[in-house]
Ligand binder design. Structure first.
Ligand SMILES: Nc1nc2c(ncn2[C@@H]2O[C@H](COP(=O)(O)OP(=O)(O)OP(=O)(O)O)[C@@H](O)[C@H]2O)c(=O)[nH]1
Ligand SMILES: Nc1nc2c(ncn2[C@@H]2O[C@H](COP(=O)(O)OP(=O)(O)OP(=O)(O)O)[C@@H](O)[C@H]2O)c(=O)[nH]1
Ligand SMILES: [Mg+2]
Ligand SMILES: [Mg+2]
Lengths: 292, 276
């Protein structure tokens, strides 16, 4: 673990009452390695280490803490501060029906997460509706309909021959007529570099004006997290992020990379395949997990 | 990287950045940088131009794993496809089925994902697209039961290839790993040498967790082939360098898109060149 490695590093630097450039260099090297092993992006890790260095130079080691503990405390606080600090609940204000749009790479967990959000909102006494806007993937509409059945919520009867932009518009009308609110739009997985498909998302946004546009990203994503988040944010101006598959053993450095680069809140995490497996994001827990 | 006159700290740092951002991971990157520094110390390498070449050769060496690729040595040749959630197992089976059918083989798909919503329906569409046959048992929730019947049917119908789809599962779920082992046991009841090919599907966008996945799936199921999907994105898929080196499992194909033709045999030279 990082604390074990730091203890070893600082043991060699015994008797130093202050965190100096010299003894910090080795300690921070260990922290940087831990971040990279956790899949934090190379540049994000570098910038983060520079910030920590600034904060800790010249600090007196608190009598109650070893230098290693001191470094961990500073790193933990910095990480928690970076990943939290912004509004995490869903913005559902406005004339109903409001829309929550889910977007992201192929296989990240959008369709399943749509069902989870529907169940979550139902338990908060909303009457949510699910909108299958993925007309490309085999049996995608079928999948969301089945998910809706399990969640006990209405699902818009999408016709795969209709283009997703028109489909979403009709679905908003359907939602209004059926007194449903909010509507959760499940879009097809796509690459952030696919001009045509990113344009489609932008058009859905412009026509529907969702309250929330959430990037659904896999917690195991590696260095690419920065590219994906940046592009999706450029195209759509995201309102937040949902990190899926968090119950596994991935360290989840993608969380730090994404948050640093787009500065949008991580609102929820997916922690399993069942529709109940949705939890709020805890920046402090994420920080410990990333550090390992 | 290559405008430099000599191999110095800055250059090595630039190389470190290229390798880390390609998802090779800290350990593999350090091993590669160490071997560069060794060469430089021994004066065997002093030209930045040669450096890139040397690194490419080293990475190629890590990836060069001799292994029997899918070879249809037995009939029916049983291919079991496994991996974590959402990596592209079902789609890859669809692509493989199409390829084998076009080669004149009789392919049977098995809907071994009895858990996820519309998994069977998704595979059925791929069966239609590829011309393969499919066995699906809508009311049965035990994948081993479906697989057992399907393997029996494959023998009876003299199928050439059986492609078994399984539900996505995290390698940390012990009970789900046990479920996979049970699937293998029922295959072996009918075909003692089976499954002939156990393919682990890895997603190129994954980070270091892929190593943990490969190790645990390998320990449970004896993987003898890997397919790396989603290389059409911006991720480099460098995770396979360390995995190949450590576990000595060959990369058989790469997935480069969502359509039936988007599958190519793995070419280590192209892969290595794309890293730089
Ligand atoms: N273990 C785990 N699996 C999850 C989680 N969220 C989703 N999944 C699984 O991930 C796989 C992909 O989920 P989907 O909902 O189909 O993903 P998607 O983003 O809609 O996929 P595309 O529409 O093809 O882009 C399924 O097997 C889901 O059950 C999670 O939090 N944990
Ligand atoms: N861009 C791209 N997308 C791919 C590739 N392979 C699969 N996909 C997409 O990834 C998503 C998930 O694919 P699936 O085949 O459902 O993945 P899976 O592993 O069977 O998922 P589960 O059964 O839910 O665990 C789909 O949207 C596929 O179209 C690929 O090589 N490139
Ligand atoms: Mg989907
Ligand atoms: Mg599948």
């Amino acid at each position: 673990s990082l604390s074990e490695r730091l203890n070893l590093t600082f043991k060699k630097l015994k008797g130093q009452g202050k965190l100096s450039e010299a003894n910090m260099k080795e300690g921070l090297r260990e922290v940087r390695l831990a971040l990279l092993e956790a899949d934090v992006h190379y540049k994000v890790a570098k910038d983060f280490i520079d910030r920590v260095k600034e904060r800790s130079l010249g600090q007196e080691v608190l009598a109650s803490l070893t230098p290693a503990q001191q470094v961990i405390k500073i790193v933990q606080e910095e990480l928690t501060g970076l990943m939290g600090g912004s509004r995490q609940d869903l913005n559902l204000a406005g004339r109903p029906p409001v829309a929550i749009m889910l977007a992201g790479l192929q296989g990240s967990g959008k369709t399943t997460t749509a069902g989870k959000l529907a169940l979550y909102l139902k338990e908060k006494n909303f009457r949510p509706g699910l909108v299958p806007a993925d007309v490309y993937r085999p049996a995608a509409i079928d999948q969301l309909q089945k998910v809706g059945g399990v969640a006990g919520v209405e699902v818009y009867p999408s016709d795969p021959k209709i283009n997703p932009v028109a489909l979403c518009l009709s679905a908003m009308e359907w939602g209004k007529q059926n007194g449903l609110n909010p509507l959760i739009l499940d879009t097809a997985g796509r690459l952030h570099i696919d001009q045509a498909l990113m344009t489609e998302l932008k058009q859905i946004k412009e026509q529907v004006r969702p309250n929330e546009i959430l990037l659904v990203a896999d917690a195991m994503t590696g260095q690419d997290a920065v590219n994906v988040a940046q592009k999706f944010n450029e195209w759509l101006e995201l309102s937040g992020v949902i990190l899926t598959k968090m119950e596994g053993d991935a360290r989840g450095g993608a969380a730090l990379s994404i948050k640093s680069v787009i500065q949008k809140p991580i609102k929820f995490i997916g922690v399993g395949e069942k529709l109940e497996a949705l939890e709020p994001f805890h920046p402090d827990r994420m920080a410990s997990r990333i550090l390992g | 990287v290559l405008g430099k006159k000599e191999i110095d700290e800055d250059l090595l740092e630039e190389l470190e950045e290229i390798l880390i951002t390609s998802d090779l991971g800290v350990m593999t990157t350090q091993a590669l940088i160490d071997s560069v520094q060794q060469k430089v110390k021994r004066k065997e390498l002093d030209n930045p131009e040669r450096l890139k070449e040397f690194l490419q050769q080293e990475i190629h060496r890590f990836l060069d794993v001799p292994g029997k690729l899918i070879d249809f040595s037995q009939k029916p040749f049983i291919i079991l496809v496994i991996g974590v959630n959402g990596v592209g197992k079902t789609t890859t089976i669809g692509k493989l089925a199409g390829r084998f059918q076009r080669e004149g083989k009789k392919v049977l798909m098995v809907a071994g994902d009895t858990f996820r919503a519309a998994a069977g329906e998704q595979l059925e569409i791929w069966a239609e697209r590829s011309g393969a046959e499919i066995i699906r048992q809508k009311e049965v929730s035990d994948p081993s039961a479906v697989v057992f019947d399907a393997v029996k049917a494959a023998k009876a119908r003299e199928m050439d290839i059986v492609l078994i789809d399984t539900a996505g599962r995290l390698h940390t779920r012990v009970n789900l790993m046990e479920e996979l082992k049970k699937i293998r046991r029922v295959i072996q009841k009918e075909i003692p040498d089976g499954p002939h090919k156990t393919l682990l599907i890895l997603d190129a966008t994954m980070g270091q967790n892929a190593i943990s996945q490969a190790r645990i799936f390998h320990e449970a199921m004896e993987i003898n082939g890997i397919i790396l999907t989603k290389l059409d994105g911006t991720a480099k898929g460098g995770i396979i360098v360390g995995i190949c080196n450590e576990l000595k499992i060959p990369i058989e194909y790469i997935g480069i898109g969502e359509k039936a033709d988007d599958l190519q045999p793995f070419n280590p030279d192209e892969f290595v060149r794309a890293l730089f």
